[in-house]
Design a protein around this ligand. Structure first.
Ligand code: ADE
Length: 227
């Protein structure tokens, strides 16, 4: 997979992409992540990429030209499955969408900023608008990092134990069961006996029961979604 991220604040994305699973997936050649500074596509001598909105409201709007030039350049190099725009008014990211997107070959993510982008970009160039939740961030960079992490960790080989991506919370619309590690008894806080029994089938059954019980108690909405 190739991920191209267009942003006015590339610095914000440096750390998330240079550590942990996102870094390892790049080192293993499973994903190529390229971060593009929108200012590099500005024709303005001061590399300006925004302007005041028509209509007199406060705030600044990212202009069409640099964004169009950045996306057109990328599209001239390869075909893209989706051109995503990070926005609080997009469809809310969930595990099903992350699964779908992890199957794509090439994705562009345009990070929104300030008051947003000139709406014509959304009308003519964006194929999918995604939000990471019903709250407003200062910019789309953290949302792009969240989306990339959720997507890339699903690429086979990205996390050491592939089984563990399949057993994540939300796969199958169930929350994950509780996990414990050594020592089995810490200050009298005990690990459930069943997990120490070595009885594989019974342990799996217990985990499934725990998943269902936790989902019913904490996220009953997920159970009605899968009906
Ligand atoms: N930009 C600002 N807020 C956002 C959100 N909640 N999701 C995605 N992009 C955003």
């Amino acid at each position: 997979m190739r991920l191209d991220i267009i942003t006015v604040l590339p610095e914000i994305l440096e750390s998330p992409f240079n550590h942990s699973i996102l870094k390892r997936a790049q080192d293993k050649g499973l994903v190529e992540i390229q971060i593009h500074n929108l200012r590099d596509y500005s024709l303005d001598k001061r590399r300006k990429v925004d302007d005041y909105p028509f209509g007199g409201q406060a705030g600044m709007v990212l202009q069409c030209e640099p964004i169009d030039r950045a996306i057109s350049f990328l599209k001239s190099q390869r075909d893209y499955d989706e051109v995503i725009y990070t926005s609080p008014d997009g469809e809310t990211l969930n595990q099903r969408m992350a699964n779908q997107l992890s199957l794509c070959r090439n994705l562009i993510i345009l990070c929104g900023h300030y008051k947003g982008v000139d709406y014509r970009i959304r009308e003519y160039l964006i194929t999918r608008e995604i939000s990471i939740g019903d709250y407003v961030l200062t910019g789309g960079e953290l949302a792009a990092a969240v989306m990339s992490d959720a997507i890339v960790r699903l690429i086979p080989g990205a996390i050491g134990d592939e089984q563990s991506a399949l057993s994540d919370s939300f796969q199958d619309n169930l929350l994950a069961p509780p996990v414990y590690t050594r020592p089995s008894d810490y200050k009298g806080w005990k690990t459930p006996e069943i997990l120490l029994s070595g009885h594989e089938a019974k342990i799996r059954e217990w985990e499934l029961q725990q998943s269902i019980e936790r989902t019913q108690r904490l996220r009953p909405d997920l159970l009605s979604e899968s009906e």
